[in-house]
Write a protein that binds this ligand. Structure first.
Ligand SMILES: NC(=O)c1ccc[n+]([C@@H]2O[C@H](COP(=O)([O-])OP(=O)(O)OC[C@H]3O[C@@H](n4cnc5c(N)ncnc54)[C@H](OP(=O)(O)O)[C@@H]3O)[C@@H](O)[C@H]2O)c1
Length: 235
């Protein structure tokens, strides 16, 4: 899909020196600095929408807000809403309506899921979010991005993971930028996921990342990569 028909997608992750984004228990783990937390908020503040997978939403129980009034003011000065649209992706749709995100109403929440979502979840979640349920078994990510662009005016998506969602987007060549924090820890263990999860399979093709910028603060490195995909062969 050409970029003109979908938003720009920037993903933001922190990983350990050995490439782990969390522990093998997938528990919320705090291994980065205050600077990194601010970096994540800054990236979020650039998006018209912030995108998250069901597992990260559930495990980290995030609200996806922007606590800093200065970031909200900058958004408004750019012509954006004060807070980004909050977008959740789930195939099965078993999203707990008691999660923190649903207790806040500072911006609209849109859930892209399928009709596999059990009815009781549909009823409870409809009160708190807009449900976009497709008849397919899985969410069609290119179509979701198209809809975000055409129906919600989203030009830039700030994707906050997790690994499964990132991998799904990457396999479809739908990630344009990766903001990667390298934190000064080594976790070890093959059970702890990397950026693309803990599956043992290769991506369909390796993705070339071009380093667009890098800064070092204390023991952390903040890298910004542009992702490059091979052009489709002309037949
Ligand atoms: N270090 C970091 O920067 C960072 C960033 C983000 C997350 N994390 C950590 O990563 C862990 C979660 O990783 P994860 O890979 O399990 O999480 P994830 O990608 O957030 O969630 C996976 C779930 O999201 C839904 N999903 C993912 N891709 C989808 C697609 N293409 N279409 C439709 N639904 C899709 C599915 O939900 P259903 O099962 O409901 O169908 C899937 O089970 C957490 O421990 C979190 O703390 C770390």
């Amino acid at each position: 899909m050409t970029r003109a028909r979908r938003p720009f997608v920037a993903a933001t992750f922190a990983m350990t020196v050995d490439g782990k984004i969390t522990t093998r228990a997938f528990s919320p783990v705090d291994f980065t600095s205050r600077e990194d937390k601010r970096h994540l908020l800054r990236q979020r503040s650039l998006g018209d929408a912030v995108l998250i997978g069901r597992s990260t939403l559930t495990r980290d129980n995030v609200r996806l807000g922007l606590p800093d009034p200065a970031m909200r003011a900058e958004r408004e000065a750019r012509g954006q809403a004060a807070y980004p649209l909050r977008v959740i992706v789930s195939n099965e749709g078993r999203i707990d309506p008691a999660l923190n995100i649903f207790q806040t109403d500072f911006s609209r929440i849109v859930i892209f899921s399928t009709t596999r979502m059990p009815r009781k979840f549909q009823v409870a979640l409809r009160e708190k979010a807009t449900l976009r349920l497709s008849e397919t078994r899985t969410v069609d990510l290119p179509r979701m991005l198209q809809q975000l662009r055409s129906e919600y005016g989203v030009r830039r998506v700030a994707c906050e993971g997790g690994a499964e969602l990132f991998r799904g987007l990457l396999e479809l060549q739908l990630v344009d930028q990766l903001n990667l924090t390298i934190a000064p820890y080594v976790f070890g263990g093959k059970g702890a996921p990397t950026l693309t999860g803990r599956g043992s399979t290769f991506l369909p093709a390796s993705v070339h990342c071009s380093l667009g910028g890098m800064r070092v603060v204390g023991d952390e490195c903040f890298a910004e990569y542009r992702l490059k995909y091979p052009r489709p062969k002309k037949s």
